[in-house]
Structure formats: C-alpha cells, structure tokens
Design a protein around this ligand. Structure first.
Ligand code: PLP
Length: 370
C-alpha cells in the first residue's frame, strides 16, 4: 500500500479534510451583503489572531507581497531603516528596501543566533533618523525566535516604527501586536494558519499610519488607505480569493473557539515530542532559542543532508525541508505546522531513523522516545 504523503516542510502544510473541502464551495458574488457578513466575521477574528484593535487587512498574495506592502506604505526613497538579518527572510527585508531605494543598516547574525535587543537600542540611539526596524518573528530558515516583546519596548520610545514579519509565527507563537508595541505585523496563510498559500494579512498601528500619510513610495494594489476604506464596509478593494476566504473563515473560528493559548500549547507539545525523538536518535538540533514548529537538525558526519531529504521523500512519502546554500549537505529542517498529529511525528521519526541507518548511521541503542 502506498502511504499517504506527509508534509513536514516549512509550509505549505497538512490541511484538515474539513477545511480542504470548504475550498470547493461554489463561488459567491463578493459585492453582496452575504459576502460582507463572512468578511465581517473574518475581520473580527483576524483582529483576535493579531491581538489588536487595529484593522487587519486581507491581501491576495503570498507573504513576500505583504512584506513589500509594509515597505511601500510606510517609507520613502532615501529613508534609513534597520533590518535584522538572521537568515533568508531577514535578508528579504534588505532586498525589498534596496529595490525601492531605502537605505538599510543590517544587523547580520550568525546562523542560528537570535538578535540581542540591546544591539537594536544601540543603533537607534546612534541614529535618530532610522524610520523603521524590520524584524522576523520566527526566522524560518533557522527556526530562531526573535524577542519581539523586548524589541517593541525599545522601539516604542523612538520615532521609528517596528515592523514584524510574522509569516511562520503568528498563531503558533505569542505575538500580541498592541501589547508588544508592534507597528506593522504581517503573516500569510500557508504556515501557522494551515491553509493553502495565496492570502496574506497585514495590520498597521496609528504610528505606522502617520508614516503612511507621508510615505514617498507609492503602490496602487497595496495602498493601505484603499484597504482601510473597504475594511470599514466589510469589503475588499479588489476581487479577493473567495475560495481561500471560505477556508480562512472556519479556520479562524476554530482558533478562536480553542483560544490562542491552547492552540500554541498544542504545537509546543508536538514540537517537544519531535525534539525529544530527535535527541533520542542521537541527533542534534541547530540554533538557539528555537521557535515552535521549525526544527533544524544537523545531519550526522559523513551523511549528506540533501540525500536524507530525498530518501525520506522517495521511500516514505515524507517531505522534510532541505537547507539553502552552504548548509545544503549539512542540515535538514522539519516543520510541524498545520494538521500534524502525534502519530505523524512518530511516523516521521521512525522513517528518519531508518533512513539514517540506510546511510550507515547507528541510532542510539533502544532509542524510541516517540
Ligand atoms: N517570511 C517568512 C518568515 C517566511 O517563512 C516566508 C516563507 O517561507 C516568507 C516571508 C515569504 O513568504 P512567501 O513565500 O509566502 O512569499
């Protein structure tokens, strides 16, 4: 029997059958009161997810689109910003800003290292012209969690705004936008939200909107004021991805019913189980202050990590993530976002043990922590 495919990459994720089916609901005309009713509920539940009183806008794009929307709406050509580069996604802030003529000072971190909030404070006190601090809640390329709470407390006393890319964190990590003085928070549908890719969500504080009023960079599709106008009447500026909204609506209702704290605890438990199993096999995780749902694992000496990824896929139908660049042969990464259950983690650990043993690795005797 061919085993069912199991996605344990870093998004897209396993999606519950019940939510998948919602995507096949016949299309509705979106400029109707009936659709606005759905959007009204979605809007309230997105505010709950972000823990904010500010509107949360629905964008039809992936996470990078929302990152670009954050930059385009708040900055001007020649502005100075501070970006935390802890990996692929922190670096993306720099790439987007440079494309639009925004000057970036980077805090570049070593692989697997979290940013020290004191370094942000030092840069802000040195240069009062910094308009924005651009960060990543969970740097998905390493799984390192950023201390947004401490950074928010610092940035709040400066003119700069704090922008947080929460793509792989919002929902599965604590990230109360208002309480932590975050000025722009964004995420997308295909990771912690356990939905197909295609939607992104973004919210702006009043401080960020004041900057938006003066921002020199321009955008038509992502103009925050257009989104605001339409949000107020429970509509979207442009044709939304209706099928995805059919799926988003019940997902948000479920999270709200369960409660964010309980939703997070569920993933923390699964992550703990996964990491205990990894350790029991005799493997080491990579990086400090690891987030929920992303675990980087060093491949044993002499075993090519990319071959492990390949064999897991071909022989067990289990998809884990390779690593980019120099780490390709040394590190693989496992995501436990979405509809993952304990039995899936056991299946993955047992396949991993067999795969490594095929490549000559001897797992710790009797290792079966799963
Ligand atoms: N930011 C983070 C933290 C991510 O993990 C990702 C995707 O993996 C992105 C941004 C980019 O998102 P997308 O690929 O949806 O554009």
């Amino acid at each position: 029997m061919v085993k069912k495919r199991l996605l344990m990459v870093l998004g897209p994720t396993q999606i519950e059958e019940e939510i998948l089916k919602k995507g096949a609901t016949p299309q509705m005309y979106n400029r109707t009161g009936e659709f606005s009713k759905i959007l009204e509920r979605v809007n309230r539940n997105l505010q709950y997810l972000f823990q904010t009183k500010n509107p949360v806008f629905l964008l039809t794009c992936s996470g990078t689109g929302a990152m670009e929307a954050a930059v385009l709406n708040t900055l001007s050509k020649g502005d100075e910003v501070l970006a935390v580069n802890g990996g692929t996604f922190g670096r993306r802030w720099t790439e987007i800003c440079k494309k639009h003529g925004v000057k970036v000072k980077e805090i570049k971190l070593k692989y697997g290292q979290p940013v020290d909030p004191k370094d942000i404070e030092r840069e802000l006190s040195r240069n009062r012209n910094i308009k924005a601090v651009l960060t990543t809640l969970n740097e998905t390329s390493t799984g390192v969690l950023t201390d947004i709470k401490s950074i928010g407390a610092i940035v709040n006393s400066y003119p700069a705004i704090l922008v947080v890319d929460g793509v792989s964190g919002v929902g599965v990590e604590e990230m109360p936008m208002d309480a932590w003085h975050c000025d722009v928070l964004l995420t997308s549908s295909q990771k912690a939200m356990a939905l197909p890719p295609g939607l992104a969500f973004i919210s702006f504080s009043k401080k960020a909107l004041r900057l938006a009023e003066k921002a020199g960079l321009k955008t038509f599709y992502f103009d925050v004021f257009e989104y605001q106008k339409n949000w107020e009447r429970n509509q979207t500026a442009f044709t939304p991805a209706i099928a995805l909204i059919y799926q988003l609506d019940p997902r948000l209702q479920k999270i709200r019913k369960e409660g964010l704290a309980s939703y997070r605890r569920k993933y923390a438990r699964l992550t703990e189980m996964l990491r205990r199993g990894i350790k029991a096999i005799g493997l080491n995780t990579a990086g400090e202050k690891l987030s929920n749902c992303v675990t980087g694992i060093w491949s044993p000496d002499g075993i090519d990590a990319s071959k492990v990824v390949e064999r897991m896929q071909n022989n067990y139908h289990i998809y884990i993530a390779p690593s980019p660049g120099d780490l390709k042969t040394r590190l693989f990464r496992i995501g436990n976002f979405g509809d993952i259950k304990e039995k899936d983690i056991s299946r993955m650990l047992s396949a991993l043990k067999n795969t490594l043993s095929y490549f000559g690795f001897r797992a710790k005797p009797g290792s079966k922590a799963y």
